[in-house]
Design a protein around this ligand. Sequence first.
Ligand code: BGC
Length: 447
Amino acid sequence: MKKEDFPPDFLWGVATASYQIEGAYNEDGKGESIWDRFAHTPGTIADGSTGDVACDHYHRCKEDIELMKELNINSYRFSVSWPRIFPCGRDNVNKKGLDFYKSLIEELLKNNIKPMLTLYHWDLPQHLQFHGGWVNPETSKAFVDYAVTLFEEFNGLVDLWITFNEPWCISFLSHQMGKHAPGIEDYPTALKVAHNLLTAHGETVKVFKERGFSGKIGIVLNLSPVHSFTDSPEDREAANFMDCYKNRWFLDPLFKGTYPEELFQVFVNNFGDFTRGYQDISGASEKMDFLGINYYSRDVVQYDGGEILKAKSVTVEAERTDMGWEIYPEGLREIVSKVHKEYGAIPLYITENGAALKDELKNGEVHDWQRIEFLKNHFKSAYQAIQSGVDLRGYFIWTLMDDFEWECGYTKKFGLFHVDYDNNLQRIWKDSAKWLREFLGNKVSLE
Ligand code: BGC
């Protein structure tokens, strides 16, 4: 199976996020983000690092686009740093921030690489956090204004727009578990955040359509197939709750305008407060053009009598990446097929998929054959989904180069390119990048 066996207009790309690669954290008028503040707080990041410099993509953007061109990709998914555009989150626009993204987009177009722009990949302006962040509905309003500023500025240049990256992480990982900025551990807060995000998404889609901007708009969810550890009724019920929590808490509002009833009741029983003002999620289901899915692994779940979900993930015997995530390529086909079947035939993109591995640089080379295997098997799974009738339109690998991996700092390596932090951040082709170049050039097959 070769690249030419995929649909001719299929998008093959790489994905990145502003805070993870740009650096230049306080340059050209950029305001502070919640990730600047979080990473600078001792004890939050595994290696004590920050994204202050990261891959310095802000200054090396042209060089990085050249690498993309050489990789033979035809699309690039990146995110805009909101505080570069509005240092305080709203009101005064920072022209230099707009200029940076404009030149990035123009350079991509010049190289026939289609931009896919994510409006929010987690770097909220810290100023808005001072006023409650995503718990405050004013943040949702500020988001819509920020989105419209970019729609107006890049109308006709950007064809694919994404409102949010992974609302599950923004709400639960960041506000219930406190692992990501702003580091809050409060369940009801996480539920309010999810609600406000989903509402802001719906409102943004509505404005985009009403104002007749060109291009298409969607959202990105991180989804995993959830499997029950045994066939017992308890385990199966636990798997259903985990599915509601990880997947359906976002899918149902977006496509049906309602929360999954069984989990909603659990939250109402546990957090009475949630019932006041946070029931009606119909505003989230404004019709969008596509759904992006970030697929990394599956979840195997067992009953555990816990208070809220009564479910816990179990570690089964399997090959795993350096994140500890099970390598499970067939889950890609499974999750896109499930969405296609249960939520209608909306165009889908795999907006992230990739593997963190213990790559080693030796004599200027990185022999990451496991990443090549990983990609081959996931590409095959995508191909099978397309063959079975799923409207899958593109595939974005996470990620272009080793970067700041959030709470893991620089300890986890997902890149196709190695970044030599000891040698002026030089980008080095890993074997996987060389393989991808050949595959996308139709020179090698997946066998
Ligand atoms: C995020 C990326 C992240 C990747 C690997 C996704 O959840 O969107 O920003 O780096 O997973 O952890």
